[in-house]
Write a new protein. Sequence first.
Length: 218
Amino acid sequence: MNIAIDGPAGAGKSTIARLAAKELGFLYVDTGAMYRAIALYLLQTETDITDEEALKKALDNIQINIIYEEGVQHVFLNLSDVSAEIRNEKVGNMASKSSALKPVREKLLDIQRDIAKKNDVIMDGRDIGTNILPNAELKIYLTASVEVRAKRRFDELKNRGELPDLSVIKKDIELRDHQDMNRDIAPLKQAEDAVLIDSSDMSINDVVKKIVELERNI
């Protein structure tokens, strides 16, 4: 059984997918974390992503593993735990750019599909229902207004002890939306058979409950 959750940055896909997977007893596959890990490596190595040869060479040196310890996700890049590092804004913006590139997508496509073939999974990202798992039994397009998504990100960063600027975060989200929706390869869009959930005025628990209900009514 495969559940695909797509949607723009800051819609709460990862949090909601993780909780719904726990409720249903499914494996949660965080594709965003995979792309962020690649983005982190590209930043660390100062790889010119417009140079296809340099990009492919960098990708050949990347190994990504996601493991769960006591229900907590850990992302490993070349055997180093980068779970915290991949969550900063600079990495997120690079991930939005690099994930649009064909070599990057090909690096992860087979890995993601293989996981889905062998397990009951909930997978979230930008093109899961339209490209990665087009035959998923349940597809969700999860979104929220730009203002709500920016405020959620602001609160998240503030709770980490950072000093975020709400207006900057809003501009970053608008830029990432534009990049994700207008890229040439696998752009962000709602699959024709996806259920639209706008979480602007919904709690996390409300969204999780809705997804669990949809799965159980299949």
